[in-house]
Design a protein. Structure first.
Lengths: 274, 300, 440
């Protein structure tokens, strides 16, 4: 009994140290967001939140259209996640549950594409959107990565867990392929969709380089792009920057908190037994 | 129930050509079209660009010139070396920590798992623009919190971002901070997939926890570990945000990664031909390393 | 199934064609004839301007109200974008045939050639629109750097960075050093030794290759010769390197890492001087108000007695991308923002941006004593050096070479690489990187 107690405390102790390391910077961000810029740079550094929050918020909303940026980021991320989940789970389903010509080649080229640094393909991509006259539009940010190989891969892993016999039975009952997918396959995928959704949301919420290049007016900026404009050649107002940073981090934490229950089981199809 | 099957029947009637034979193509079509348009086309375009050099505003075909130049470029080798150092030092440390945390979080003794899970995963969902702002201040040599802690326990200040060695260390710390939780979650998912009866059987045989770890957990987790290794290899070769925001690749290129070098050539010096050549060399490296990793695991 | 493959193939080809056509359709504009209407009210339309930090504030808050009184029918949107981001977006835009570019964009002097050498038609020829008439209103060193090979002005000069030695009056006084007696770099080093002995700190700090460039330009030389060949190991380069080596050997110089580090070093009194451009004043006023009265400047020390005591660091210009839909409105805005004297003065007083427009130097602000700067006519002292700034060649490959030399400076200061070796290694590496010849 005693040894279990000791073990338990040791376990908690080491995990708490880990939590401090992993969340410490965020605490410090809150400190910065509630203190004036000068204090952020003082030595010894401030470690207690101050009462400068309102001032920083006022400065921030004067410097960048923070509400609009928040709206743009949210709109883009939500539409992207929904579209991508649909497209990727359809593809993942096809790879997992059908044998068809070309399936291996297509699947491996999806995976191979993950290896190419995106910086190399930005210019041709930009040319496409320029030719279509889609620069500075929401779909310019949403479209390119809807087909997200990592998501297809994860969903395929999960879909493999759906017993073939179930699908066959539905077919014998006369169900069409489309409705088998939507009414049978997809509903069992909820944990997986939650997990993949988190990956997709995170990816799009933090996407920086592409929206920076393709969005040309400040009313279309997403949060990371808007934040980056705060740091110019000259001095930076760290208080307001920290607050902007906090605003960009909070929504994603909320999304993660909401979905995290399904998260772990959804990654590798833990809930579905073959 | 009857209702559903009726609906289904009408569906089938309308789309009579959707059979189990054609269905996979229909399912894959949207992804494939998007892939061709927004991934394959840019890849082909940049691949062609890698055989061209630019002068006076026009690109001309120049065969393997860019690739030849690459192999005589000392900064390319430096960037490649930095990338490999991170691959060899940072990836194992990170995956070890991730595995440790995953095993802890999988322990039956533990409550508050949700809290720990969220805490450790949070850095991975933070944008690097945000994280780097925080770390630049924390690591600042003169007024950063970390040096303050060091000096208050009687140690010397460290030039975290201005010394070549420490800048690499900083980069490794920040990368580990950001990605450990990510890998932990994947490993945790893998741990939960290991059938419990394996452990129970071992317990009956009187195996120690350490024995169980090495003889059940590790072998069972191998495919997932491999998956993490491959992902991290890709991630390391594409490491850009962290050095870009944290150190700008300095001092004296000590934290210049290969993808950062690609970026510089393209976006700073407008040599997209050369930048593309670097991209395809990166792909070759990732492909070889991934293949090796698969090979090692298989042979074992 | 075959059909499916065929269809997707066709769709793919279509896209490729679309993209290719898009690229071609944008290379017109050579023959267009533009005239600027006599009556300001006849200029109409919307234009977008990209600029960063202080210049963006200047254009939006100082220029725009005055501009709109003269040109009421032009609607201007100033987008504040970070400096790196401006270049990323401009390079993406130019690389894909001009999509998504604004009507006016801020470009640094040393960047302009790197754009025009890669994209010869990137920016509108301002001379053709009538900017010729303003040419001699600007400092020679500035305007020369903004012309293309045919002598046409392709970007309108905005601010200038005349260099002097900004110094702490109190520290030098305490050490018994008289700045008026510092005439050469050797004098400067001797003064530095005295000060460092007194304070135990440093005499100056640097965060890159800026000082090396300043010292080379001071001698009328640069990383490139007039033909654009690499000229780093020139006599001027070697002179500068030996001074830098001496500074380092005597522990006068410290590496400050980046902008923030340099600011902190000045604010905390870690350095007593800063051989730097006049635009430092803006940052000093804003970030070090407590040091009011303690700063002043003396002219850059010469390499030999009676030698040039002027140089330049930085400064930017406004350019009109060739793809602009409203060049007339873009031109009048650019012209106004760069030649209106009152606006230039606002830029100086509100933002610390020093005008390249020499007519502005007649304004009272220049001759006025500045309380912050030791009650001296601080700006006049810088203005006096402007005509002596030697024009140099900012080649298209400047950025690559600066990036190489920045690393070399770090190797010199942090890893004890000898300064002379820093030059030769840098030149070799720059040649390798840029494929350029070196001057014999």
């Amino acid at each position: 009994m005693k040894s279990i107690y000791v073990k338990k405390s040791l376990l908690h102790f080491s995990l708490i140290v880990g939590v401090i390391i992993s969340l410490g910077p965020f605490y410090w961000m809150i400190v910065g967001a509630t203190n004036p810029s000068g204090d952020v740079l003082s030595f010894p550094p401030k470690i207690i939140p101050g009462n400068y929050f309102i001032e920083n918020l006022t400065n921030l909303s004067e410097a960048i259209p923070i509400i609009k940026a928040l709206f743009n980021s949210a709109l883009i991320a939500i539409v992207f996640v929904l579209a991508s989940l649909l497209v990727c789970s359809m593809a993942g389903y096809a790879f997992a549950k059908f044998k068809f010509k070309g399936s291996n080649i297509i699947f491996s080229s999806f995976l191979l594409a993950m290896m190419i640094p995106y910086q190399a393909t930005i210019i041709p991509l930009f040319q496409i959107f320029g030719a279509l006259d889609w620069i500075n539009t929401y779909h310019a940010v949403i479209l390119p990565q809807i087909c997200y190989p990592f998501a297809i891969f994860l969903i395929r892993q999960n879909m493999k867990g759906i017993p073939d016999s179930m699908i066959e039975a539905a077919r014998i009952d006369g169900a069409g392929e489309i409705s088998i997918f939507f009414k049978l396959a997809l509903p069992t995928m909820k944990p997986a969709l939650a997990a993949v959704g988190i990956f997709l949301f995170t990816h799009q919420w933090n996407n920086f380089m592409w929206p920076l290049i393709v969005m040309t007016s400040s009313d279309m900026y997403t949060l990371p792009v808007a934040l980056s404009t705060l740091a110019g050649l000259n001095s930076v107002d760290y208080g307001q920057l920290m607050l902007g940073t906090a605003i960009s981090v909070l929504p994603i934490m909320v999304v993660f908190l909401m979905l995290q229950k399904h998260f772990v089981s959804g990654i590798l199809g833990g809930s579905v037994k073959e | 129930m009857e209702n559903v099957s009726k609906k289904v029947q009408t569906n089938q009637y309308k789309g009579g050509w959707i059979t189990p034979k054609t269905a996979p193509y229909i399912f894959i079509l949207p992804a494939l079209l998007l892939f061709l348009a927004f991934t394959v086309y840019p890849i082909i375009a940049s691949f062609l660009l890698s055989f061209q050099t630019r002068s006076g505003g026009t690109y001309t075909f120049s065969g393997f010139d860019n690739y030849v130049r690459l192999f005589t470029d000392p900064i390319f080798y430096k960037a490649l070396g930095n990338t490999f150092i991170i691959l060899i030092v940072q990836v194992p440390i990170m995956l070890f920590l991730a595995l440790l945390l995953a095993v802890f979080l999988n322990s039956k003794l533990l409550n508050m798992r949700g809290f720990y899970r969220v805490s450790f995963f949070t850095p991975a969902v933070t944008s690097l623009v945000a994280a780097s702002i925080i770390f630049i201040l924390l690591l600042n040599a003169d007024y950063g919190l970390i040096n303050y802690i060091l000096t208050s326990i009687g140690l010397e200040k460290i030039n975290w971002l201005t010394n070549g060695f420490w800048a690499k260390v900083s980069l490794i710390i920040v990368t580990t901070w950001r990605w450990t939780g990510y890998n932990m979650v994947i490993l945790l998912a893998g741990l939960q997939n290991i059938p419990n009866d394996l452990y129970e059987a071992a317990s009956i045989d009187g195996a120690s926890p350490i024995h169980k770890f090495f003889h059940i957990t590790i072998p069972q987790l191998k495919p997932v570990l491999l998956f993490c290794f491959v992902l991290s290899t890709i991630g390391t070769f594409q490491l850009f945000d962290e050095p870009y925001n944290l150190t700008s690749g300095g001092p004296n290129n000590a934290t210049l990664t290969i993808t950062y070098y690609l970026y510089n050539q393209g976006f700073n010096f407008f040599d997209f031909g050369y930048a593309s050549a670097i991209a395809y060399v990166i792909v070759v490296f990732i492909a070889i390393l991934s293949w090796l990793q698969f090979k090692v695991v298989k042979d074992d | 199934m075959k059909k499916m493959v065929e269809r997707s193939f066709v769709a793919f080809i279509l896209l490729v064609l679309l993209a290719a056509c898009g690229g071609n359709s944008s290379s017109d504009g050579d023959v267009e004839e533009l005239t600027i209407p006599e009556n300001p009210e006849d200029v109409e339309g919307d234009i977008t301007v990209w600029a960063w930090a202080l210049e963006a504030n200047y254009l939006e808050k100082d220029v725009l109200p005055a501009f709109q009184e003269v040109y009421p029918n032009v609607d201007v949107t100033v987008e504040h974008i970070g400096v790196d981001q401006v270049y990323q977006k401009v390079s993406a835009g130019l690389s894909s045939g001009g999509s998504g570019l604004p009507d006016v964009v801020q470009v640094e002097n040393n960047r302009i050639k790197s754009f025009t050498s890669e994209f010869p038609d990137a920016f509108t020829n301002l001379s053709a629109l009538g900017y010729d008439e303003h040419e001699d209103k600007f400092a020679n060193a500035k305007i020369e750097g903004l012309k293309d090979g045919d002598g046409n002005v392709i970007a309108a000069p905005r601010d200038l960075g005349p260099v002097g030695v900004i110094y702490r009056v109190d520290i030098l006084e305490e050490a018994g050093v008289d700045p008026a007696e510092i005439e050469t770099w050797d004098d400067y080093i001797e003064a530095g030794k005295t000060v460092v002995e007194q304070t135990g700190n440093y005499f100056l700090g640097t965060d890159g290759d800026g000082l090396l460039r300043i010292m080379m330009q001071q001698q009328g030389s640069y990383y490139f010769d007039e033909e654009g060949n690499l000229d780093i190991t020139s006599e001027a380069g070697e002179n500068a390197a030996s001074i830098l080596q001496e500074m380092k050997d005597n522990n006068l110089i410290t590496f400050t890492n980046n902008w923030d580090g340099q600011v902190a070093a000045m604010k905390n009194g870690e350095v007593a001087t800063n051989p730097g451009a006049v635009w430092w004043s803006g940052t000093m006023l804003e970030q070090m108000p407590e040091l009011s009265g303690n700063w002043d400047m003396f002219e850059l020390p010469a390499f030999e007695e009676g030698g040039t005591r002027a140089s330049n660091d930085g400064g930017s210009a406004l350019a009109i991308p060739s793809e602009s839909d409203n060049k007339v409105a873009a031109y009048v805005f650019t012209e106004f923002a760069t030649t209106d004297v009152d606006s230039q003065i606002l830029a100086l007083t509100n933002r610390g941006l020093f005008p390249a427009l020499t007519a502005a130097y007649e304004e009272p602000i220049f001759s006025e004593d500045q309380e912050y700067f030791n009650n001296q006519p601080f700006f006049q002292k810088f203005a006096d050096t402007v005509e002596n700034i030697p024009p140099v060649n900012h080649d298209g490959a400047e950025l690559e070479v600066r990036s190489v030399m920045g690393s070399e400076i770090e190797a010199f200061l942090l890893e004890d690489k000898p300064a002379a070796e820093m030059l030769s290694d840098g030149e070799e590496q720059a040649a390798q990187q840029t494929g350029k010849e070196t001057t014999e």
